[in-house]
Each structure stands twice: as structure tokens, then as C-alpha cells.
Design a protein around this ligand. Sequence first.
Ligand code: PLP
Length: 390
Amino acid sequence: MSDRHNKEEFAKRHFATKLLHFEGSFDEQTGASSTPIFQASTFHQSDLSQNPPYDYSRSGNPTRQALEDQIALLEGGTRGFAFASGMAAISTTFLLLSAGDHVIVTEDVYGGTYRLLTTVLNRLGMETTFVDMTDFAAVKAAYKANTKAVFIETPSNPTLKITNISEVASWAKEHNLLTILDNTFMTPYYQRPLELGVDIVVHSATKFLSGHSDVLAGLAVTADPELGRRLYQLQNGLGAVLSAHECWLLMRGIKTLQARMEHSERSARKLAEWLNEHPEVTKVYYPGLADHPGREVHEQQCSAYGAVVSFDVGSGERAKAMLGRVKLPLVAVSLGGVESILSYPAMMSHAAMPKEVRHERGITDGLVRYSVGLEHIEDLLADLDQALRG
Ligand SMILES: *Cc1c(COP(=O)(O)O)cnc(C)c1O
């Protein structure tokens, strides 16, 4: 190891520097400016008396290792894990639990997580209570003798409700519960849950971390080495790992995370304020707005408001007409790309949720979610204005 590669030094630097300099950020052997893509399933073992660093790519691959070290560094953890998708990261993490275990989950959780819990993990004997996590009393009331974990998503999706992370995490610790937090919306640039007492951070790296709407990936990070060992066993055992090539693409995207987030966030603030004044809009959800009920808590635990704004246009008909008229954002599932993405939760991300449950959670037929990209904000506003007015 050259003295450019020093773990303690990496950890002391600013976030922007950590995005570019980490263990494995360049190839020590050749000096190549990026981690090589080790496109190999297996590794020659020249000395059978030694434990090789790599033997089989499901169990470990040097390209994946570089990415896993980087996400651990960015989240302030000790160990990172890369998976084939966000859902692969989330489902693998949930399998730390066993039949008979009960988990408390943010009620307006990502649609895929809801589906996993209610159609797959329930069959394996895991029990879920969905609660409004903005209400700490409701979280405590959901506790049962077999509760083993709390799964938090904050800001939640798509109505951007805010959970007080350290309050829930410290209560969970008192009861010996595992806390897992989906940090997809904020990314470690704006929110670092491990520092607030959370045990495991999970990501759909498909979104802001990769940032270019061209990679499907998931990540998990732990602070506790023993928990890291257990999660590694599951990653290796279940095998939903990220390929070397996708790891490389994701690392390429992560390099510009801070620059992208700052630009998009600035635009998102403007978009939210503008929507708030727009006559065709009935409600705007954005933690940066003065009337957002979770604003204060969000500001305590996060360094910015993020790049996602949800808003209600009053009815499904009006939402569909508007989606048909926009010319700049992609009308699509997903978020966090360099291009703006407008999605329609009722028919896309939350289509799996029963209509009554969906409406109860504020995900009405008039609700749309705008993920702000890197276009000029004035063009985005002009486009949205013509789409809203029709
Ligand atoms: C997209 C998303 C997921 C699922 O990730 P995939 O990469 O699509 O599997 C999980 N949580 C949140 C908050 C998401 O936005």
C-alpha cells in the first residue's frame, strides 16, 4: 500500500474529497485512474496454504470491494455491501430476521418494500405493522413482545414525511431492536443515519447515487462489525450481488454526487416555492417549505431538503392530462437522474398498494412526484406551467 492509501486519512477528509479518493479509487498496480473492472467469476489460487483475498466473485470481487469500501466511507460505517438492485439490498437485509419476528415500518414506505413485506416475508412468518413514523407515540404503541426491528424511510415516499431518526433509533436501542433506514432520497451527502444511531443504511443506488438513470443497483452499510459479518453471510448466501461492470458504472456516477445534488436541490427549492403559489396546484409536499410539518426535525438531522418535490393537482384526470403535456421531464418510474423525472405514484411506484390504503396515506390520484434534474430551472418551470395550464 502506498501512503496515498491510508484509511484514517480517507475518513478525515471532506465529503467532496471522499467521493473521489478512497481505497481502490485508482489501480495501485498500473496507476490507472479508475478501479479496473475485474470481469472474472473465479480467481486462481497459487498458494493453497493461504486464504486467498478473492476466490469467487459472488463471495467477493475487487471492483465490488472498491465500491463497498467507498459507500462505507461515505456513510461513516465500517462495511458496505453492493447488491443487484435496491430491492435486493432491502430483501437481503430483512432476512437478518426470522420467522415469528415482527417489524415496525414507515407506513408510506417505497411500494416495492411494501410488496416484499406483505406478499413475501409474511409467507415466511414475518409480521409487519405499518405506522405513521412522524408520530413517535404510534411507533412505541406498535411494539410487541416479538418486535425485532424498525424500518425507517425518511423523507418518506412520495409524501415526504419526516421521521425523527435519533428519537426512534435510541428508543429502538433500548428495546434491542435493529434499526434499518432507507436513505435513497437524501443520500449520505445530506443525511448520515449511522451517525444518528441507525444500525443499517440501505439504498436504491439506482437513484441519486448512480445518478444517470442507466444503472440498477442497491447498497447497504453497517457500523457494527458483527452485524457486518452477518450481512455478509446473507449477501454471499443469497447471491444477489452487483456485477463488476455495474459497480464501476456506479462508482463513476458517485464521483459527481455532490455537484449533482447541490444543483438539483437548489432547483427543487425554487420549484417547490413556485408550485406553492400556482393556482392549478392544491398541495405541495417538500420538507423545505415553511408549512411542512416535519421541517424542523428534518433540519436537525439533514443538511438540505433534497431534490424531490411532490404535489397534488386535485384529480387523477388532471394529473394524467398534465403528464401528457410536459415536454422536459421523463414521465417515468424512478428518480434521482441527471434528467428530471415526473412520476405518477398511483399508477407507478405505489400501484401495488390497495387503493384504500394508498388514499389513506395521502397518495391520491392527483399526486405526482417531481425529481428535479440538472436542466435550467427556468426551462423546467416554463414547461410545467404550460402543462399545468393546458
Ligand atoms: C427505487 C427505490 C427502492 C428500490 O430500489 P430498486 O433499485 O428499484 O430495486 C427502494 N427504496 C426507495 C426509496 C426507492 O426510491
